[in-house]
Design a binder for this molecule. Structure first.
Ligand SMILES: NC(=O)c1ccc[n+]([C@@H]2O[C@H](COP(=O)([O-])OP(=O)(O)OC[C@H]3O[C@@H](n4cnc5c(N)ncnc54)[C@H](OP(=O)(O)O)[C@@H]3O)[C@@H](O)[C@H]2O)c1
Length: 734
């Protein structure tokens, strides 16, 4: 450590000691005035998950880098869950928290040091490699999720009153490009006047919803059930400002426009030809804004269109642009205005689809395209990211006239609340509940056997590889698809090195010897490549060892030529396909405002285009089973996953349609909760979800769930949720 850094670190330690002394004082005062059994959990009282996260798992790289501040007494008590069941021993109410002492403000040097240490801990790179003016994302490899993780750790280190000041301005940090910029912003936030004495809301949420983080042994299984519920009568708010309405084929848009104008809003109908091209959408919105002022609502009616027969991927893509992606693009363009209008409860985003009034469920897949279903997922993610914007996804059947449809749309627009996901079937308003549906394990429905030909996309890695390993029977043919080229032998210099830090060191040393200056991102990419190749090699080898005939194909599932071509080739070589497990998928989490169109496309197309290709190339006469891997992020929305949520909802809708049309095949989407020790869910995502009461899926239990679903699940059970979470809360929140 250099001398300047040492001085800075000592200053930081000194500040820390002062903070700790103050905290200790408060804690002592508190303990001396409280009975111990009032604050310590005992008996059946459940402890919130953050205990186990802070035991090293969440921090990933071991112990916290600096002395961690004691939590305020109020928080400590908050970690005890309020017992939900009446028979559970009650926890006495928290004593009033002692007022937090005004902590000393850390200086620039100590803050810089702390931040560098946190970044170093979370990226695994030594502090001296981390340039304060390097681009956080492009050069340091810190994505938005890791950024949140670092801020989370920082907020925990800071005393509560300082942490609350930073928390209040947390959104302002998302745009900052360098670590020095973050330090600057932090100093500004810390110097700002103290906020109203509200404790850290994130912690409160954790406290309220925290559950035992242990993996569940039997994964709960749920299905969606419709229930009639009239629109709640609420005082309606006059809607003003500019409402953008997208053109539909049923001519509902003019009626909606007329009604909104009568209520005092300005309206503009955006033509489908404009929706087809993002640049045109941007131009048109800019012109409309000039003419009518800022946008306070979007009514996306484009999915109200009778589905044409689509054979070509290029045609399908036109519809994903018009019906799905254009909504995302409009939201991005109007983000600021919509959120501003939301402050007066005047902001609305509504999307309508034509999937039978039940979003394609239960044999009523309607006459619209499944792409219309994307809005349901997208808006659920939006509702989490922009909590003051009222979002609704409304599905219709063909029973209503355009004028009546418009009336229902206006009624829903005027009413804040009453669920985000609503269907109108025969004019009756439906809402959807997640209800427990344990498998009936009596009669085997499908029995895999040795002569099966199975296609597994994404099957060389992650959860699909684990499931393949559980499914394999000697003699089975397993055609495995991934993006990566089939790995060759690992270079000997990496052989036997399991520890990631050691791998990084070898790569850094190699770069030094070669006189190359490598950024953390370059090294990290290489590490990930090595780990990915190892995992593919190991998983394919396992299947072979288990007696399967294994083929690995490096194919992009978004390409009709590559993926469709492979499916056709399987039919020509083997004459049939017995089961398909479609696990290929990616995530690139970013808030709606920060997500690039290219990233949205990558995430969305990987699931949506590939499922369309499957629907066109599979031959249902011989296919027994098609399993699509969806996610609770689609069903319930998730912060930073608007694209992923939208995509997962489309595949749910496609699954219903295929299951209905293919009488010999069971088609099912398993909407998985996060898996614990394998797959794409990062530690930070799992932490966030755990805080919302979502329990990660234990690996063995997840594999068993799949095998049971395959054997005992019935045709017609098409949209399954797998995993434990407070799903009803999500639905009511919507
Ligand atoms: N893990 C979870 O917690 C979780 C939760 C809910 C839902 N899911 C769903 O489960 C599925 C598997 O997830 P995972 O966690 O196992 O993911 P993962 O470990 O990241 O594996 C994803 C797999 O998909 C393949 N893939 C991605 N894009 C592709 C493309 N364009 N063409 C061909 N292959 C492609 C990858 O190939 P390469 O190996 O070559 O990169 C990889 O094999 C996904 O659909 C995901 O949405 C997972």
């Amino acid at each position: 450590m250099g001398e300047a850094a040492l001085v800075a670190y000592q200053a930081y330690q000194q500040t820390m000691r002062q903070f700790l002394a103050l905290q200790e004082q408060v804690m002592k005062q508190f303990l001396s005035s409280t009975q111990p059994n009032q604050i310590l959990p005992s008996g059946n009282v459940t402890v919130a998950p953050q205990h186990s996260f802070s035991n090293g798992k969440h921090n990933g790289n071991g112990a916290a880098p600096t002395t961690r501040y004691q939590a305020q007494p109020g928080n400590e008590i908050g970690e005890v869950l309020p017992p939900p069941a009446p028979e559970a021993p009650s926890v006495p109410p928290s004593p009033p928290a002692s007022p937090a002492p005004e902590a000393l403000l850390p200086d620039r040097a100590s803050l810089t040091q702390t931040l560098l240490q946190l970044v170093s801990d979370r990226t695994g790179y030594p502090m001296e490699m981390l340039g304060l003016d390097q681009d956080i994302e492009a050069e340091l490899g810190i994505d938005s999720i890791k950024r949140v993780e670092i801020f989370g750790a920082l907020l925990k280190i800071l005393p509560e009153n300082l942490s609350a000041r930073v928390q209040e301005r947390i959104e302002s940090f998302t745009e900052v490009k360098t670590l020095s910029g973050i330090v600057e912003q932090l100093l500004q936030s810390l110097r700002s006047s103290a906020p109203s004495a509200s404790p850290n809301t994130a912690n409160r949420e954790e406290d309220r919803l925290g559950k035992s983080p242990d993996g569940v042994e039997t994964i709960p299984r749920y299905v969606m059930q419709a229930r009639t519920e009239p629109l709640p009568s609420r005082e309606s708010i006059a809607l003003t400002g500019l409402f953008l309405i997208t053109e539909d084929q049923l001519s509902v848009a003019p009626y909606v426009a007329q009604a909104l104008q009568q209520g005092g809003a300005s309206t503009a109908i955006i033509a489908s030809s404009v929706l087809l091209e993002p640049e045109k959408i941007a131009r048109e919105i800019a012109e409309l804004r000039q003419k009518y002022g800022s946008v306070s609502g979007i009514v996306h009616l484009a999915p109200l269109a009778v589905a044409p027969t689509l054979e070509k991927l290029s045609d399908w893509r036109k519809y994903t642009q018009i019906q799905s992606k254009s909504l995302f693009q409009m939201l991005q363009l109007c983000a600021e205005e919509l959120q501003q209008a939301g402050q007066q409860q005047k902001s609305r985003v509504l999307a309508a689809s034509l999937l039978g009034g039940y979003f394609g469920r239960d044999g009523c897949y309607g006459s619209g395209l499944p792409t219309g279903g994307s809005c349901n997922g997208l808006l659920k993610a939006l509702a989490i990211e922009w909590s003051n914007v009222c979002a609704k996804a409304i599905d219709f059947d063909n029973s209503l006239s355009p004028a009546d449809m418009a009336q229902q749309i206006i009624d829903e627009l005027l009413c804040v609340g009453g669920r985000l996901e609503v269907g109108y079937s025969q004019g009756k308003r439906q809402i959807f509940d997640t209800v427990a549906a344990p498998l009936k394990t009596g009669v085997v429905q499908i029995e895999p056997n040795a002569d099966w030909i199975v296609l597994l996309t994404g099957g060389a890695r992650g959860i699909t590889a684990e499931i393949a390993n559980q499914l394999v029977i000697p003699g089975m043919t397993m055609v495995v698809v991934g993006r990566s080229p089939e790995p060759t032998q690992e270079p000997s210099e990496f052989n036997g090195i399991e520890d990631i830090a050691a791998l990084r060191r070898v790569l850094l040393d190699r770069a030094k010897v070669q006189g190359l200056s490598a950024t953390p991102v370059q090294i990290e990419n290489k590490v990930q490549e090595l780990l990915r190749d190892r995992s593919i090699r190991r998983n394919l080898e396992n299947l072979k060892t288990a007696g399967a005939r294994v083929e690995y194909w490096s194919v992009d599932v978004r390409s009709d030529r590559e993926f469709g071509g492979l499916i056709d080739d399987i039919y020509s070589r083997y004459g049939r396909l017995d089961a398909v497990i479609h696990g290929a998928g990616i995530i690139e989490d970013k808030l709606i405002v920060n997500k690039s169109a290219a990233s949205f496309d990558r995430v969305f197309d990987t699931k949506v285009d590939s499922t369309f290709i499957l629907s066109r190339h599979l031959r249902p006469e011989s296919l027994k089973l098609l399993v699509l891997f969806g996610s609770v992020a689609g069903r319930y929305g998730n912060r930073g996953q608007s694209d992923y949520a939208a995509a997962n909802e489309v595949i749910n809708r496609l699954a219903w349609q295929m299951d209905e049309l293919w009488s010999n095949t069971r088609v099912v989407t398993i909407n998985w909760g996060p898996w614990d020790t394998t797959g794409m869910a990062s530690e930070e995502v799992k932490r966030q979800l755990k805080n919302q009461g979502i329990i990660p899926i234990n690996l063995q239990a997840g594999c068993q769930f799949f095998v049971d679903e395959l054997r005992y699940g019935r045709k017609g059970e098409t949209e399954i949720v797998a995993g434990e979470g407070l799903w009803a809360n999500y639905e009511q929140r919507s």
